[in-house]
Design a protein around this ligand. Structure first.
Ligand SMILES: Nc1nc2c(ncn2[C@@H]2O[C@H](COP(=O)(O)OP(=O)(O)OP(=O)(O)O)[C@@H](O)[C@H]2O)c(=O)[nH]1
Ligand SMILES: [Mg+2]
Length: 323
């Protein structure tokens, strides 16, 4: 499933129930007094933040949600039932704007909750209008309509780390190994067309389409996805050991990155040499030594080598915790 980071929700709070006109009767006595109950309140609409970055995708096909209407007032002065509220979940990091009013709600921490639409008040029954001057009131009022609104939800995920590198470097494969993400993996360039995200020991990792030479001028998929890693603390630079020249491949990606956004150049970076299973130990050691000149963190991984993978994960958690 593709990642959804923008959606519009059409929401409506419940209408208030109507007040009614009714009279108390007792055997043998007529019109003992007004006894029409008030209508119940319509349900409110709440949004609540949950730690589930995929949550917006579930609203793709049905995004009209209506809270319950309040019950009408009843005889014998009984109050109508209040309509039930509804609560919709949005991922932590969601910024929600009420299109009509411009009011903005931010959901920054798990459990943050806000009422975004208020239910209509219930109408008044005729009993409510009883007074010394008006002992037989026939008035009653209808319930008020619940508020309605369209809300633009934008997920501004603050990824902790971003995977960068050439197409085919093994970025998505790595994301799938580290997290529960099911990013598409393919033996061709530009398998990834949209960002994928996953959580690794609580850290959010973003996998973005590969960068190629000229990306900052719009080649390939360009650099528009770099905004997803603009606020990360760590770049995970994947470099396939199959590359003929690791240093050249590394430099190309770095140049594109800094051409697009110089501030990305200053971020902490870990170099990950991928596809270690395609090389022998001597070649790997040589590659590590060469890349140590570029970053003090150089890790080696292969998604088909359990032992390497285990060590890699432990080292990466360590680096993330210190980032
Ligand atoms: N031998 C070997 N192949 C790997 C390894 N990791 C990934 N691959 C293969 O490399 C190819 C590219 O993997 P992806 O994970 O799609 O690479 P990517 O960097 O996400 O590529 P783009 O999305 O196109 O930028 C696939 O055919 C993978 O099966 C590895 O550790 N060893
Ligand atoms: Mg990919």
């Amino acid at each position: 499933m593709s990642f959804v980071d923008e959606i519009t929700l059409h929401l409506k709070a419940g209408d208030g129930g109507n007040g009614i006109e009714s009279w108390l009767h007792e055997k043998g006595k007529e019109f003992m007094g007004p006894a029409g109950g008030d209508g119940g309140r319509g349900g409110d609409v709440y949004l609540k933040a949950v730690r589930d970055i995929g949550r917006l995708a579930s609203y793709r096909f049905g995004n009209l949600f209506v809270a319950k209407r309040g019950g009408d007032g009843m005889r014998k002065s009984r109050h109508g039932k209040n309509g039930e509220d509804i609560e919709l979940e949005v991922p932590v990091g969601s910024v929600v704007t009420n299109r009509a009013t411009g009011r903005i709600f931010e959901f920054l921490a798990e459990g943050d909750r806000a009422m975004v639409l208020r239910g209509g008040r219930g109408g008044l029954g005729n009993e409510h209008f009883k007074s010394s001057r008006n002992v037989r009131p026939t008035q009653f009022t209808l319930g008020k309509e619940g508020e309605v609104g369209d809300f633009d939800v934008e997920l501004r995920l603050i990824a902790d780390a971003g995977l960068i590198g050439f197409p085919n470097a093994g970025k998505s494969s790595l994301l799938n190994e580290l997290t529960a993400a099911k990013a598409k993996v393919g033996s061709y360039a530009f398998t990834t067309l949209e960002p994928n995200l996953g959580a690794f020991h609580g850290f959010i990792i973003a996998d973005i389409p590969g960068l190629i030479e000229g990306a900052s001028e719009g080649r390939g998929l360009g650099t528009k996805f770099l905004r997803h890693i603009a606020r990360t603390k760590l770049l995970i630079h994947c470099l396939s050991l199959e590359e003929k020249s690791l240093l050249k491949a590394y430099k190309t990606v770095r140049d594109e990155l800094t051409a697009h956004a110089p501030e990305l150049g200053g971020k902490k970076e870990v170099i990950v040499l991928t596809k270690a299973d395609t090389k022998n130990l001597k070649e790997i050691k040589k590659a590590v030594t060469a890349m140590k000149k570029k970053s003090k963190h150089v890790l080696v991984v292969s998604v088909i080598d359990d032992e390497l993978l285990k060590k890699f994960k432990a080292d990466l958690v360590n680096i993330l915790q210190k980032a």
